[in-house]
Design a protein around this ligand. Structure first.
Ligand code: PLP
Ligand code: ZN
Length: 561
């Protein structure tokens, strides 16, 4: 099946056929053009054909700039899961928080979409050699797809790209050119090289196949949200809109291709009447390289380039976003809204730990930036916890970079040869005695909601060594406290039968349990009278949905001494 489409210049609106090799408008010379399809026909046919197709990005082939997708080039791109972030959602008080898990792409980043579609378009046009400049992931994705397609690839990488990523690029047979300088400088060198040799060069957000590839994220999200949450409530109305859109799409940005493409996807879906809103976009940058955020805060249409990016998160080190920022800003202002925000490297690393420990996803620092941005925007009230939020988890670092974990993440067991010879059993025990102490602090978790018990258990077990007990109501809690003599109790207030206030009274009335410190974690908005009732009887009060794992952990450590 072939896609019927034309390209339109966004400056002079000249329309014409698409040739992957022609990268500027034949009329005005602008490098900014967009693909346009027959949306009216597609709006009718797409919902009918989709159920028959596999869940990968080629299911939207009528909306992609490849005439005849070749299955032999595919590595299974697109079709990544949309995962409900239950634990993180509870911490932030968000019922509807989802993660688009782009780590599950063939080379573990969302840039596989870009490479899959572009390489398919290049192959179709008979192109045999490409040049790319990259902060790492684009080069890896291109290298894998170029390898399959028999296209020679030149990758210009800033020398700041971690060695493990560079080697990953090299193993696919790509020519790696290491540029000692910034990413923007690497891009300039790549430009000159491609021009000199007359080779195709990836032009980032100006490339039609790149933007079209990224928009498939929007299509997948609305299909997946609909499967999870059901269709929008007014979908009985002529059968449209049929898909549920999120309120927010959050992504870490460097050059901004992702959000520009995703916004085009949501825009098309809205134009076709298939969704009822265009989501707000939150584009998150690393503080040390945040030209878009600075310009946004100042209300400027053009971003001033950051000459010397100062972030360890090299993946996001585009100092000069060029016109991508201007377009994103215009479209965000014209559509339903959105924002640009920056976060520190430290907050991003903290978010990486949090996502790994609470959701089971090991993400790369760039994706950590998106999660740190989410936390910041919820904290400062720009995103309301009641909204439907999708965070793009854009990539996975297969090698955890050294500076992420810090010290003390492993315990070393050294077996003494002599001790092992004398008595293997004793030798092993002696060696293991350094792994963990015999007796851990004992903590009782009291809550009638099993999800909350699981969340608190997970926070505690992922960050320290404790012996944990659970009680599911007040009566059980009182018995448990007397029997197990925990060093600390984490107590809910609203429970059936005996509530938290009742538990506190009973504990205090019994000399065996009167001295046990108590942290109250409650979802209840407490009245001043209730607060007064707790005063002097508990050590700490925490609000559910408004504390991070570090906060709870800090309190626990402080109380256990
Ligand atoms: C893992 C990851 N996340 C986010 C980004 C930012 O992407 P962009 O600004 O091009 O949408 C990149 C860019 O390479 C990336 O590799
Ligand atoms: Zn033009």
């Amino acid at each position: 099946m072939s896609a019927q489409f034309i390209v339109e210049c966004i400056d002079c609106h000249n329309r014409g056929p698409f040739f992957v090799n022609s990268t500027s408008c034949p009329n005005c010379g602008s490098a900014w053009r967009e693909a346009r399809y027959d949306y009216e026909t597609i709006a009718r046919s797409l919902p009918l054909v989709l159920p028959e197709r596999p869940f990968d990005l080629w299911r939207y082939r009528e909306l992609l700039p490849v005439r005849s997708p070749n299955p032999d080039l595919s590595l299974g791109e697109g079709g990544t899961p949309l995962i409900r972030a239950t634990n993180l959602g509870m911490m932030l008080g968000c019922q509807n928080l989802y993660i688009k898990d782009e780590r599950q792409s063939p080379t573990h980043s969302f840039k596989d979409r870009q490479a899959a579609v572009t390489v398919a378009a290049l192959k179709e046009a008979g192109v045999t050699e490409v040049v790319i400049a990259s902060t790492g992931n684009v080069a890896i994705s291109y290298s894998a797809y170029a390898a399959r397609a028999g296209i020679k690839c030149w990758a210009f990488l800033t020398s700041l790209v971690p060695g493990a990523k560079m080697r990953e690029v090299a193993i696919y047979g790509t020519q790696v050119v290491k540029i000692t300088g910034s990413y923007d400088q690497a891009k300039q060198v790549a430009n000159t090289f491609a021009r000199q040799r007359g080779l195709y060069q990836d032009t980032g957000a100006r490339s039609i196949p790149n933007i079209e590839a990224m928009k498939t994220i929007a299509y997948e999200i609305v299909e997946q949200l609909t499967a999870l949450l059901g269709p929008p409530s007014d979908s009985g109305n002529h059968g449209m809109p049929i898909w549920t859109a999120p309120d927010w799409y959050i992504q870490a940005v460097s050059g901004g291709m992702g959000p520009l493409g995703v916004l085009k996807g949501f825009g098309e879906l809205f134009q076709m009447g298939l969704i009822d809103r265009i989501p707000k976009i939150a584009a998150i940058q690393a503080e040390g390289c945040a030209p878009m955020v600075h310009a946004w805060r100042l209300g400027q249409e053009t971003a001033t380039p950051v000459q010397a990016p100062n972030t360890q998160i090299i993946t996001l080190a585009t100092g000069d976003p060029g016109r991508t920022y201007t377009l994103l800003r215009q479209r965000i202002l014209a559509a339903s809204g959105g924002t640009f925000e920056s976060v520190s490297d430290e907050d991003s690393y903290r978010a990486m730990h949090l996502i790994a420990k609470m959701e089971g996803l090991s993400v790369e620092p760039a994706a950590g930036v998106a999660f740190a941005g989410l936390i910041k925007l919820i904290r400062n009230g720009q995103i309301k916890p009641s909204e439907r939020i999708v965070v793009n988890c854009t990539g996975h670092t297969m090698t955890i970079e050294k500076n992420i974990l810090g010290e003390g993440w492993s315990r070393n067991v050294v077996l003494s040869t002599q001790a092992m010879e004398d008595s293997p059993e004793d030798g092993l025990l002696a060696a293991l005695s350094r792994v963990a102490i015999d007796r851990f602090p004992r903590i009782a978790i009291v809550d009638d909601n099993p999800d909350v018990r699981r969340l608190i258990r997970r926070i505690l077990q992922s960050q320290g060594n404790y012996e944990l007990f659970e009680a599911t109501n007040g009566r059980e809690a009182i018995e448990l406290a007397k029997r197990e003599q925990p060093n600390l109790i984490i107590l809910d207030l609203m429970m059936p039968e005996v509530d938290g206030f009742g538990v506190l009274q009973a504990l205090e009335a019994d000399p065996d349990t009167a001295e046990i410190p108590v942290i109250v974690v409650t979802a209840k908005e407490l009245t001043p009278a209730e607060k007064a009732r707790l005063k002097g009887h508990i050590q700490t009060l925490m609000q559910k949905g408004d504390f991070m794992s570090d906060d709870l952990q800090d309190e626990v450590r402080a109380l256990l001494g």
